[in-house]
Design a protein around this ligand. Structure first.
Ligand code: ZN
Length: 327
């Protein structure tokens, strides 16, 4: 049986939008990238989102396909039930009714989702968590956020803010987090925090105090810290191990709460591969008492996860959900 149905999917980030036309079986038939250019302000960004979505729907029709729904993922706090982007620092959104605007413009059912939650949806159903049932997807980049996915559905929370694992308190009195509280996981183990910590300690040991600019924009990235740790540089090894220990504390809390089969690590830091996974598995094992140790794996879909997840959300919105079992 041929199926000409497709959905239009957009993953809107602070700098760029990943966009695609996706079939119900998860196959991408067309992919595009567009700049977000958030400095133009939220109204202009919404305008671009709608233009791009409409353009993709038109191109799909020209290819003989039938767009049946639209899925849009944005960062920040997202009220999925009302389809409202409540708050997003990256994109400048505040209470933007993205779903209603898209429905009005395209005349198609539209689902609005949170970027990390839909990324987790995609990893759980099409990627590294496939077949696991209970999955915790943790994206480690500038910040740390998670999605708890059970049988292919990501928990949203009562206020659209579920999964903020980066703000689990792991080091009381520790470095101050962007949220204002000292000692959050994100303040120690995000890629940004790792680079910052290394710059701080390197500055101290070199007797040259680091400048405020270097702390804000670390000259050494987390990936470089991971590399230097792997080659045996003591300072990098120390900073890396501090991050691993904090991550293990945070993930152990996640496991105590959710008892998942698989934890999928995504975001920039997961690109460290075994340099992250091997010590993190060991640190997790030390922290497990009666809880079952989850499989700890790297994400499989890379930066496509958000766009694929937006497509899954769109398919779910119109009740088309046969893809992951059939693949
Ligand atoms: Zn915090």
């Amino acid at each position: 049986m041929t199926d000409d149905r497709v959905v239009v999917a957009l993953d809107v980030g602070g700098t760029g939008m990943k966009c695609a036309v996706v079939r119900p079986d998860g196959v991408v038939v067309r992919a595009e990238r567009h700049p977000t250019d958030a400095a133009r302000g939220p109204a202009a960004v919404v305008g671009t989102i709608l233009d791009v979505a409409e353009g993709l729907a038109d191109k799909a029709r020209a290819d003989g396909l039938t767009p049946i729904a639209v899925g849009i993922a944005v960062p920040g706090v997202v009220d999925e039930a009302r389809g409202v982007a409540v708050w997003s620092a990256n994109v400048g959104f505040r209470d933007v009714p993205v779903r209603d605007l898209a429905v009005a413009r395209l005349g198609l059912p539209t689902a609005l989702g949170h970027d990390v939650r839909v990324g987790g949806l995609a990893e759980a159903r099409l990627g590294a968590g496939r077949g696991s049932g209970h999955v915790l997807f943790v994206a480690i980049g500038t910040g740390i956020a998670a999605a708890h996915v059970v049988d292919g559905t990501a928990a949203v929370g009562a206020h659209g803010a579920a999964g903020e694992i980066g703000h689990i308190l792991v080091r009381p009195g520790g470095p101050r987090c962007g949220c204002g509280r000292p000692g959050c996981l994100e303040a120690i183990a995000s890629a940004a925090a790792i680079g910052r910590r290394y710059a701080e300690l390197a500055g101290q040991s070199a007797d040259a105090p680091v400048t405020a600019a270097e702390v804000a924009e670390p000259p050494v990235t987390a990936a470089e810290v991971a590399q230097r740790a792997a080659t045996g540089e003591p300072l990098a090894g120390q900073v890396w191990q501090e991050a691993i220990d904090a991550l293990a504390d945070g993930l152990a809390s996640g496991q105590a709460l959710f008892d998942v089969a698989t934890i999928v690590l995504g975001g920039g830091l997961a690109q460290a591969g075994d340099g992250l996974l091997t010590p993190l598995r060991a640190a997790m094992r030390e922290r497990m008492t009666f809880h079952r140790e989850p499989h700890l794996v790297a994400a499989a879909l890379g930066d496509e996860a958000g766009c694929l997840g937006a497509a899954l959300l769109a398919l779910d919105a119109v009740g088309v959900r046969d893809h992951q079992e059939k693949r």
